[in-house]
Design a protein around this ligand. Sequence first.
Ligand SMILES: N[C@@H](CCC(=O)N[C@@H](CS)C(=O)NCC(=O)O)C(=O)O
Length: 203
Amino acid sequence: MILVGRFQSPFVRRAAVTLKHYGLNFEHKALSSMTDKDAVKTFNPLGRVPAFVTDEGDTIVDSAVILDHLDELAGPSKSLTPPKGKERRKVLHAVAVAVGACEKAVGGLYEKNRRPAEKVHQPWLDQLDGQAKDGLDALEAMNPSPFLCGSKLTQADVTAVCVFDFMRGQLPHLAPAGRYPKLEALSKRCNEMPAFAETVPKG
Ligand SMILES: N[C@@H](CCC(=O)N[C@@H](CS)C(=O)NCC(=O)O)C(=O)O
């Protein structure tokens, strides 16, 4: 199995944490969607990360699709996403809020980094940042105790921590120290686990 993309991307990192949590061995190709665009395109026609090559040699893209495959490999007893019912909906809801917040934050980052300064539309940037913060507020309100969906680690925690750590590192104005004490504690708790500690982005 091959995971394509650097751990700086929260979408790549959530796939990597999940692989490691399930004890699945994989080759890591740390390609960047910015600086290795042509190489990334050999795995994903859209030039985005993550991409993934399965043991059967099939290529799949988008972190949600990759997680779906990994959950199937892990089987229902180990899966970080409950198989059905209220529990499953709760986890998928939290995952969707975290991913949505992340997409808004990344949209804001691109608005600032990829446009000439005079073409940045501040009201749009403010809206994106506001939505990203609203997403973190909603996760904080879920009151992780000790995890977002109860006593067990789920995909909600994996995704929320990857997103929170990304914002704290790359966009600290969205998650300043002390603003989200419960998510901060969740991140600390999770980052003590090898699957998280081994995927902390370097540099
Ligand atoms: N929905 C995708 C989002 C992936 C994504 O936005 N990846 C970013 C890196 S954080 C990327 O490759 N951006 C380059 C681009 O979209 O052109 C997923 O969950 O995998």
